[in-house]
Design a protein around this ligand. Structure first.
Ligand SMILES: CC(=O)N[C@H]1[C@@H](OP(=O)(O)OP(=O)(O)OC[C@H]2O[C@@H](n3ccc(=O)[nH]c3=O)[C@H](O)[C@@H]2O)O[C@H](CO)[C@@H](O)[C@@H]1O
Length: 366
């Protein structure tokens, strides 16, 4: 079986595509995969590293403001489609899977014209422009949040599958994780981070939390600053003891996120789709601070989808302050039954079988 996968620009589109690619290979050992992306997107680096064949086309998107660039878009999209059509004819896949980002446009459109079955996956509660357009042509649209249904045309064949999370996220045992992090059972473990890059506004709010809990033996805080914010964070908060022996720790980046999530009692974070899929897969309550500049404010839509179901609380970035965050955390820690309810609601939103369901959809359309 030959499969073309496409999607790119940022990690948010590429990681689900790689998860699907790995899933296809696990199910069908003989499957041959071709990933179509752009040279300038992160996929040109990540895909060859995952040992998947990679071909590039040109793909561009419209700029939101009027610009000369927009006049060249139809020309470039047509060029991209012709190149995509040639790649598809040469490789002759049984199915094309797209996970969003500009590059998906020409590839999925060319596949639809060539009558090759297509599935697209949408990660956010407010779908990206490319997927909204492609949903008119795709044979199946797999979505992460039921909230996104209303943005797709009535005739789109929608299926709520969730977003595949790394297998390690579910595999780590909570007791083992807590033992490895030296957390006794009665300690409340707070994990805070701002997506893979970190978040300045969260870095500015968290120190108030740290100061207030610094001598509290019942609370442990692990804060991830993001690689670029670490030095500034440490410099600005010299007065807070953050050595490895105390209950407050800050690190630039956490490679073992699955262990930290397995051990956590409450998570403070942005509302990127992968982060929320990981939180809900583990049934973790969260205080969500959506990144306000994400395209079309999609992180706030993601956060609201969980808040609506009582699985999380939200503080808007513009309303975030150290005191507001501290008050929210204090209130939740003082109310274990509320935390338990949030945890149960979060678990209900999790899709531990997302990958299997997407693979089933792919087989159906073939
Ligand atoms: C800023 C932005 O526009 N982000 C978008 C991007 O998310 P992007 O993929 O950048 O961010 P997400 O929040 O979705 O994921 C962050 C990932 O990094 C991991 N992590 C983070 C910190 C750390 O120290 N270690 C670590 O492993 C998290 O566990 C998670 O798996 O694409 C997603 C899917 O379209 C969108 O929902 C996000 O809004």
């Amino acid at each position: 079986m030959r499969v073309v996968i496409t999607g790119g620009g940022t990690g948010g589109h590429i990681y689900p595509a790689l998860a699907v690619a790995r899933g296809i290979k696990d199910r069908h050992r003989q499957a041959e995969l071709l990933y179509i992306g752009t040279e300038s997107g992160l996929e040109s680096d990540l895909v060859p590293k995952a040992c998947i064949s990679f071909s590039a086309i040109t793909a561009v998107g419209l700029k939101r403001k009027m610009s000369l660039h927009n006049l060249t878009v139809p020309w470039k999209v047509t060029g991209g489609m012709l190149r995509a059509a040639k790649l598809l004819r040469d490789f002759s896949p049984r199915v094309v899977v797209g996970t969003g980002g500009y590059v998906c446009g020409p590839v999925v459109l060319a596949a639809a014209l060539l009558k090759i079955p297509t599935l697209i996956h949408e990660q956010n509660a407010f779908p990206g422009i490319t997927n909204r357009i492609l949903s008119r042509f795709a044979d199946r649209v797999a979505v992460t949040f039921s909230e996104s249904f209303k943005y797709f045309p009535k005739r789109a064949k929608l299926k709520l599958t969730g977003l595949p999370v790394r297998t390690e996220i579910l595999a780590v045992d909570r007791e083992k994780a807590r033992a490895s992090l030296k957390l006794s059972p009665e300690i409340k473990f707070l994990l805070s981070f701002g997506g893979s890059q970190g978040a300045r506004s969260i870095n500015q709010a968290v120190p108030v939390l740290m100061s207030n809990f610094s001598n509290d033996p019942g609370v442990h805080i692990l804060h991830i600053t993001g690689p670029r914010g670490y030095d500034e964070f440490i410099e600005a908060n010299k007065s807070i003891c953050m050595d490895n022996h105390g209950n407050i720790t800050a690190v630039p980046y956490l490679y073992n996120m699955p262990e930290a999530l397995a051990a956590a009692d409450l998570v403070i974070c942005r509302a990127g789709a992968a982060t929320l899929a990981e939180l809900t897969a583990r049934g973790l309550p969260g205080i969500l601070i959506p990144y306000p500049y994400a395209s079309e404010n999609h992180q706030e839509h993601n956060a609201r989808a969980l808040v609506k179901r009582d699985a999380a609380e939200m503080i808007l970035d513009r309303e975030l302050s150290g005191e507001a965050l501290y008050e929210k955390v204090k209130e939740l820690l003082a109310n274990p039954s509320r935390l338990n309810k949030m945890s149960e609601a979060s678990k209900k939103q999790g899709h531990p079988t997302a990958l299997e369901e997407i693979l089933d959809c792919i087989e159906e359309i073939i």
